[in-house]
Design a protein around this ligand. Structure first.
Ligand SMILES: Nc1ccn([C@@H]2O[C@H](COP(=O)(O)OP(=O)(O)OP(=O)(O)O)[C@@H](O)[C@H]2O)c(=O)n1
Length: 392
């Protein structure tokens, strides 16, 4: 089987593979880019695996950076682009079920491929485009099947995150997880407790954004993986409800978490803080969740307080909960608000002080009160009217 390597990400890296070969070593494209190219999907980073040891790679190329040399990865700089070249390796002791404690470099491609997670991720491509398929990955790709390489229990004991990767790939690629692999996930699900929350949450977010979200969430439930994720462990009913909604793909993490939080009826802020998500995401989802909870009869003030981003997210999310919801109408209502920020008031705190108000809590309260009245269209956003209302 040959693969077309005309995609610029592969094509531009071909001289590197040739140079490694010319020095007497093997070099292949491996991992997700090979899988995605064969599926006709856009590819991201190309990974190169080689029989050359890191020190040998550094001798072959003039410009290199030691990005992860203890794990065998050296970045080769070529015309301003960096390519990660990783030495074939095996991992021998796996005490924390997360990262290999000990990496052993090997010269054999087979040794390297057999420690990878799934057969579709264990394909290698030579510089002439020949696909090396030692574990049936091509058949599994064609059948859209996710199968652990070798013994599934061993693969999940080596790295328990792979169980989350399985449900993520199920959703992202619309693959089915093969029965023995799925049974091994159900059996080993408690190992997830050893994995950092950030890594679990990152895979879960990708699951939420996949094209087969319903299937991914269902397997996440059926295998019991959910029991080992903070805040989701007690939410089986809400997760089932979530899985029953429209399967249309969600556009971004904000809408995904907002839809989930409203289905689970949990405090979105707490859930996302516990899952160690970024503050910007937490704040966005908190506002959007509050608004979605108030729809379809949200007041102008609720729209104003939610803000543009959260209103846009609510307009995306609500139709999943209520298919006949008028999302455009919601956006139009927001656009039609007299102001969109307290800064849009035609007077400022300084103006109130100049007019005789003492700086302090009353000033803030007054500005808020004026904002509320303008948003509700009770008074006009006009300086003399606002000043009059402030001292009324
Ligand atoms: N827990 C893991 C992570 C990665 N891999 C192997 O390392 C490759 C690269 O991993 P990564 O870049 O994390 O994921 P991809 O499979 O490339 O998928 P994506 O780019 O969609 O994350 C995988 O294809 C797989 O062969 C693995 O065996 N076990």
């Amino acid at each position: 089987m040959q693969i077309d390597l005309s995609h610029p990400d592969f094509y531009n890296a071909l001289p590197l593979l040739r140079q490694i070969e010319a020095a007497g070593f093997e070099a292949y494209f491996v991992g997700g880019s090979v899988r995605d190219a064969l599926l006709g999907l856009p590819i991201h980073d190309v990974d190169i695996a080689s029989s050359a040891y890191p020190e040998e790679i550094k001798q072959i190329f003039r410009k290199t950076v030691d990005t992860g040399i203890q794990h065998g990865t050296v970045m080769v700089l070529d015309h301003g682009t960096g390519y990660e070249v990783t030495t074939f390796r095996t991992e021998s002791t796996y005490q924390d079920f997360r990262r290999p404690d000990h990496v052993t470099f090997v010269r054999s491609l087979e040794e390297d491929l057999k420690r990878r997670d799934f057969t579709v991720n264990a394909l290698a491509v030579k510089q002439d485009g020949t696909v090396v398929d030692l574990f049936g990955g091509l058949d599994d790709l064609a059948a859209r099947r996710l199968v652990a390489v070798g013994n599934a229990h061993d693969r999940f004991h080596e790295d328990a995150l792979r169980m989350m990767r399985a449900v993520r790939f199920e959703s992202q690629l619309d693959f089915a997880i093969e029965a023995q692999t799925e049974a091994a996930i159900a059996e080993n699900a408690p190992l997830l407790e050893k994995i950092s929350i950030e890594r679990i949450a990152s895979e879960f977010t990708r699951l939420l954004l996949g094209i087969a979200r319903k299937a991914g969430v269902t397997t996440f439930l059926e295998t019991g993986l959910f029991k080992y994720v903070p805040n989701l462990a007690t939410e089986e009913v809400g997760l089932r409800h979530f899985a029953s909604l429209s399967d249309a793909q969600l556009p971004d993490a904000e809408s995904a978490w907002t839809l989930l939080a409203t289905c689970l009826q949990v405090d979105a802020g707490k859930m996302l803080r516990d899952l160690k998500q970024a503050n910007a995401l937490i704040s966005h989802v908190q506002h959007a969740t509050a608004l979605v909870g108030a729809l379809p009869n949200a007041t102008s003030l609720q729209l104003f307080d939610a803000g543009a981003e959260a209103v846009a997210t609510a307009a995306v999310v609500q139709p999943y909960r209520q298919p006949d919801f008028d999302a455009d109408g919601l956006l139009a209502r927001y656009q039609a608000l007299p102001i969109h920020s307290a800064k849009d008031l035609t007077i400022s705190g300084q103006d109130l002080i100049k007019a005789g108000m003492t700086p302090g809590p009353l000033l803030g309260k007054t500005l808020r009160h004026l904002t509320e009245q303008v948003v509700a269209d009770a008074i006009e956003n006009e300086p003399t009217i606002l000043l009059h209302a402030a001292f009324a």
